[in-house]
Design a protein around this ligand. Structure first.
Ligand SMILES: [Zn+2]
Length: 240
């Protein structure tokens, strides 16, 4: 009888838990940004590997209190549409896309948190271009309509999610002397296609060797994963 109640309790826990889909940016032949850990540029680091490493850690953290899935757990190419379709398959409530930034200016640095919104910010447009690579032409036009609808439906929750994640991430970023570039609106199709409240995180610049060394550290990755997960969990708890 005791076990019956325990299992009933667990079932109700699972039923009220939110499903989070974590999306490690890029993969396979699409390596994303490429950085170098040394001045002689022999030790290459790919954004796709950093994003997968961090995403797996976030999943591990989130799995302690809710249900979390990855859009890819291997080094393989997944289209933006396939990533979004997975949100339907796993019935995701939230979508987190994990990326690392890049710039032609090796001095560019900092952490950024994006939620889906229409905007005309020039700096954001640069990031959007590198993360929206898979879509072109007609697909983009159709998606503009989708974006407007999804923004209407999600922007309120996405902003609140961004605020709570940012609150937890801020001390980690500060401790590691990474500039906090804050929360920004951005037009990321993977967020629109997922049709869920969500975020796109640009953890740091892999094009900046100093910053790459910081974000590549195992300890930094662990702390960042814990902070992002804690922010997501506080969002989930507030919704209850
Ligand atoms: Zn990226």
């Amino acid at each position: 009888m005791k076990y019956f109640f325990v299992s009933l309790f667990l079932m109700s826990q699972i039923a009220s838990a939110k499903v989070v889909l974590i999306d490690p940016g890029h993969g396979g032949e699409e390596s994303g940004a490429v950085g170098h850990l040394d001045a002689r540029r022999t030790r290459k680091v790919f954004e796709k590997d950093l994003s997968l490493r961090l995403s797996k850690k976030i999943k591990e953290e989130l799995s302690k209190s809710t249900t979390a899935y990855l859009t890819r757990s291997l080094d393989r190419a997944v289209s933006l549409q396939e990533r979004a379709d997975l949100a339907d398959i796993v019935k995701a409530d939230l979508f987190l896309s994990i990326h690392f930034n890049s710039s032609t200016n090796a001095k560019s640095h900092g952490f950024e948190l994006y939620y889906l919104d229409n905007n005309s910010n020039v700096a954001a447009n640069k990031v959007e271009r590198s993360e929206n690579l898979n879509l072109k032409g007609e697909e983009l036009i159709v998606n503009q309509i989708l974006v407007d609808l999804v923004v209407q439906q999600t922007v309120h929750h996405s902003k609140e999610l961004a605020r709570l994640v940012h609150e937890r991430v801020r001390p980690v970023v500060k401790l590691n002397k990474i500039e906090d570039r804050g929360i920004k609106p951005g037009l990321f199709y993977v967020l629109a296609l997922s049709k869920r409240p969500g975020l796109l995180v640009e953890v740091g610049f892999v094009s900046n060797p100093d910053e790459l060394r910081k974000v590549n550290e195992e300890k930094f990755m662990n702390n960042m994963a814990k902070a992002i997960a804690a922010g997501v969990v506080s969002f989930i708890n507030k919704q209850k």
